[in-house]
Design a protein around this ligand. Structure first.
Ligand code: GLU
Length: 419
């Protein structure tokens, strides 16, 4: 049964995935209902004084899907198209993701319905501080810890940390992750999702017997996740032949000059204006002949309309929910090896966990320790998922979901039902 409060295509996708996994693992019906229903959801209105003196009201959300295994955790998204159902879906995925990789958190997500690029810095700061103040009753280092996501960055996290700290009267670095280093951020956090994406992709290539020097990579999206993924892929020796951003795609069959492209985009310029390759459409990008395709943008990009045309060997889901249920079936039948989102993009929350641990302990680690521990955790999760998929004769997605859901189900079972 669909909960009408959260009805949205992305929530339907998350629930459909959950139902498939719950069926395959024969999960008890009582638990199925509990785990499908987000634990807590808050909608807030954010009246903001704009620079021209007028007042505009924005809508913000924070959804805590589950906290049986620990404080809930998840990013904050600034995007003009979000709503409660989409945020709830993303919160649910955070629950399975943290459980799958074994970090002691539940799942949450938040967001503000806004196109942040239309705001001035002062407007963005006022909006962020008001949002942080409105969700203040829900968040905190032992309750629910926000982080970066699409449209937010370390400066936004700094304002949230400051607003939280002003309310309680002392600095609380552990209240958010993805912060600047000067207030308790962690080395390696910004690149963490991209580095994790590369770690698991290299493991998949080893498993499939694909050699690095024969590998071509296509990355959809050139935000924090996509750009670091492309950079690290290039650094390890793979040929990145296609990338894209909001302006369209860029293709160079000989391999894009990623360092030069990064210099170009650092000035806020679109990839299509770099003259480093041929300009193509988003649709053409997704169907390029390549070894690894990495969607690193928004959800529902690979659908029943283009799944049959994909020409990759490995699909590494750096974005959350990039593949629809129908596309999933098509890709399985075509034998494309999928590294599912909750595994592929878990590097972000893994290093968020390191950041929070460092903040709480007031003891900071070296970057090489962070990279090594990230690699250890994410590659262990990859092999655990692969072994489980092989043993159960199921897909990597089902194996990842079943393992994650099982961890959460166990926590609920031993904690029991209150009251
Ligand atoms: N927004 C990221 C994600 O979707 C990171 C969340 C976090 O670090 O808490 O996984």
């Amino acid at each position: 049964m669909m909960i009408p409060e959260f009805d949205h295509p992305t929530f339907r996708l998350a629930v459909a995935q959950f139902d498939q996994a719950a069926e395959a693992m024969d999960l008890h019906p009582d638990l199925r209902e509990r785990l499908k229903t987000p634990q807590r959801a808050l909608t807030v209105s954010l009246p903001i004084r704009m620079d021209d003196g007028t007042v505009k009201v924005f809508i913000g959300y924070r959804v805590q899907h589950d906290s049986a295994r620990g404080p809930s955790k998840g990013g904050i998204r600034y995007h003009q198209d979000i709503n409660l159902g989409e945020i709830a879906a993303l919160a649910m995925w955070m629950t399975w993701k943290t459980a799958l990789v074994g970090v002691p958190y539940g799942g949450a997500k938040g967001g503000v319905k806004v196109n942040a690029s239309t705001l001035s810095m002062r407007e963005l700061e006022r909006l962020t501080r008001r949002y942080a103040a409105e969700i203040f009753p829900l968040i905190g280092p032992d309750k629910d810890i926000p982080a970066t996501d699409i449209g937010t960055n370390s400066q936004v996290m700094a304002w949230i940390m400051d607003t939280y700290s002003q309310q309680v009267g002392y600095a609380v670095p552990g209240a958010v992750t993805g912060k600047p280093l000067s207030i308790g951020g962690s080395l390696g956090r910004e690149e963490a999702t991209g580095r994790g994406v590369v770690n698991v992709t290299l493991e998949a290539m080893r498993h499939l017997g694909i050699e690095l020097d024969k590998t071509s990579v296509v990355v959809q999206g050139f935000g924090n996740v996509g750009s670091h993924t492309a950079r690290i892929m290039h650094e390890v020796g793979a040929k990145v032949i296609g990338v894209s951003d909001f302006s369209g795609g860029l293709y160079n069959p000989h391999g894009l000059d990623i360092p030069r492209l990064l210099q170009h985009t650092q000035h806020g310029l679109p990839v299509t204006e770099s003259r480093l390759g041929e300009v193509i459409t988003n649709e053409e990008l997704l169907t390029l002949d390549c070894t690894v395709l990495i969607p690193a943008a928004i959800s529902e990009q690979i659908t029943k309309h283009n799944a049959s045309n994909l020409r990759c060997r490995i699909l590494t889901e750096a974005a959350n929910g990039p593949t629809t249920i129908e596309a999933d079936d098509i890709l399985r039948d075509r034998g494309i090896f999928i590294i599912p989102d909750i595994l592929a993009n878990s590097g972000g929350v893994i290093v968020s966990y390191f950041e929070w641990v460092q903040d709480v302990q007031r003891f900071f680690w070296k970057e090489e320790d962070i990279r090594q521990r990230l690699r250890e955790i994410i590659t262990t999760a990859f092999h655990r998922t692969l072994l489980f998929a092989q043993a159960k004769k199921t897909t990597m997605r089902m194996a990842a979901l079943m393992h994650g859901i099982n961890q959460v189900a166990q926590a609920h079972t031993v904690r029991g039902l209150y009251p």
